[in-house]
Design a protein around this ligand. Structure first.
Ligand code: C2E
Ligand code: MG
Ligand code: MG
Ligand code: MG
Length: 292
């Protein structure tokens, strides 16, 4: 139809849409360049044992260090990467970098904490995901048992049989799978039982609700007891206050992650935290100055 109205006219696009489109195209081109050009960097956020407050793991979180716009958070480019398919090379880069980095820390004799990497729906559905993951583990020499992959409920809901198959294969490799942002999707207990999962990560929105109306608290308690019944680990995300921390500890939530413990850190700062834990056995809040 656009053709019928004559060459050179673009009747379907309002000026606004053209600007949106142009911005998107620029960003896509820039993101493509970023993936090739080492403009992406990883920060690491500790996952902390709620009882001992020792670092037991970390989550790798990607940042785009844009040459003129500065640091761009993943919320502003992961959706575009996902739509354009750029998430596939981007995800490979992130996984390779995370495995290589953490392997280096393990080799230094530092506490052998696990690293978790986020997988978006498109990455998870790549037909050669298993081969890619094994290849990256082989190339970096990082043991599969040190790696955890975080997927969302929406992935698990998409194509049940294939998802179960993929999760099983990853488990056979030795990799752990957790459900990120748990509680925001629609997965049921009976459904989740079909997957050989390692842990549930309680979505930050419920933690944020603590202390307000009572919804957050009761949802968190039921997620924790459900996880226990299924012999799954449980991690609370977005812990920002001593009160939230105390509540979660009282509910026997095993692990916590959030600004109260530590923000996501550049590698050198994370390394310093690990070294300090190694040398002094010091808990993460003593280091970061949290006051629980
Ligand atoms: P996520 O996997 O749920 O990661 C947790 C997000 O919460 C991170 O945001 C983290 O910085 C933030 N956060 C942690 N503690 C707190 C807290 O106490 N308070 C608040 N307000 N926020 C906290 P970030 O780094 O901006 O990442 C956002 C999302 O982008 C991630 O959510 C994940 O879905 C996605 N993402 C990040 N890195 C990657 C990646 O390498 N690959 C893919 N596919 N997705 C990624
Ligand atoms: Mg995550
Ligand atoms: Mg999350
Ligand atoms: Mg999230």
């Amino acid at each position: 139809k656009a053709k019928e109205s004559g060459k050179g006219t673009y009747k379907f696009f309002t000026p606004d849409m053209n600007i949106q489109n142009a911005k998107r195209l620029v960003m896509e081109a820039e993101l493509r360049r970023a993936v090739d050009n080492q403009e992406l960097m990883l920060h690491y956020q500790p996952k902390v044992d709620a009882e001992s407050r020792q670092i037991v793991g970390m989550e790798a979180l990607v940042r785009w260090v844009h040459p003129t716009r500065g640091v761009i958070p993943p919320g502003e480019f992961i959706p575009l990467a996902e739509e354009t398919g750029l998430i596939v090379p981007l995800g490979e880069l992130v996984l390779t970098r995370a495995c290589a980095q953490v392997k280096q820390w393990w080799d230094m004799g530092l506490p052998q904490v696990q690293v978790a990497v986020n997988l978006s729906p498109r990455q998870f559905q790549e037909p050669n995901l298993i081969e890619k993951v094994s290849e990256i583990l082989r190339k970096t020499g990082f043991p599969a048992t040190g790696l955890e992959l975080e997927i969302t409920e929406s992935i698990a809901m998409h194509d049940v049989d294939n998802t179960i198959e993929t999760v099983k294969k990853l488990k056979d490799l030795g990799v752990r799978i957790s459900i990120d942002d748990f509680g925001t999707g629609y997965s049921s207990l009976s459904y989740l039982k079909k997957f050989p999962l390692h842990a549930l990560k309680i979505d930050q929105s419920f933690v944020r609700d603590l202390g307000g109306d009572d919804d957050g608290a009761s949802i968190i308690s039921s997620i924790i007891s459900m996880a226990k019944a299924m012999a799954l680990g449980v991690v609370a995300e977005g812990v920002e206050t001593a009160q939230q921390m105390e509540f979660l500890r009282g509910q026997e939530c095993q692990q916590v992650q959030g600004f109260f413990l530590s923000k996501p850190l550049p590698p050198s700062d994370f390394l310093a935290l690990l070294e300090r834990q190694q040398e002094t056995g010091c808990a993460v809040t003593d280091v970061m100055g949290g006051k629980a």
